[in-house]
Design a protein around this ligand. Sequence first.
Ligand code: ADP
Length: 255
Amino acid sequence: LDINVLPTGEDSKRFIGQVIMLRNVTPFKELDLAKTHFMGTVSHEFKTPISSIQMGVQLLENDRIGNLNDEQQKLVVGIKEDTLRLLKITGELLNLTQLETGVVQLNIRPSEISKMVESVIAANQSAADNKQISIKFKINKNVDLVNADYEKTSWVLSNIVSNAIRYSYENSMIEINVEKKEDQIKFSVKDHGYGIEEQYLDKVFTRYFRIPGTKADGTGLGLSISKEFIEAQGGEISVQSEIGEGSTFYFSLKA
Ligand code: ADP
């Protein structure tokens, strides 16, 4: 039920009374939920065909079914990048619908950090290569496991690394660091990119928010989903940034 209480009359000196409006919003909420479910089904249905396009493109790219000339190779690289973009968006929509319908299930277990970081780097390597960006990874010797949902934490890390690449200058460096502080594992991803103005530091974690003037493609969903995934696991996520210098995203989880 949507309840609105309004004072009557513009003349606030004279109190006349109140108008109370009651509106049954159940049908709207039901429609909203139906739309969200539909979005979830569509993005789920998109995943399989997009993944098979990706596999086909990989075969073509590696000359596994014949040699391609330069022009064909360029075309294949273009298709590969578009496919990755589609996969990113469908992943975001799927996660969003799971969060909105409350069906997110966490599978918290001891997870290998190096394996996670290395596969996230591998997944983002070609985007980094396109901008001649190198990715360095450092982990403290005494750290190997984090008690976390492997898939969701990988997704968060990949989203932050993909942002670091997209919002950085060519020929720059991204540093991923993992260390243990007391009972917490702290991940940080430092880029030497465009940076974020102070007024936007909190806002980047809200849904659909994109810094005005942001040129690279995107939905404004990645960081808000990341925040929910980290907080659902009892962790924290934050950012420090200096405009023109770069940004560092941090998140911490239980060891
Ligand atoms: P998307 O990247 O799809 O727009 P995100 O939620 O991941 O959505 O990020 C929200 C916004 O925050 C981005 O549109 C961009 O303006 C800004 N942003 C995120 N990461 C960085 C970064 N590493 N450096 C500069 N700006 C960033």
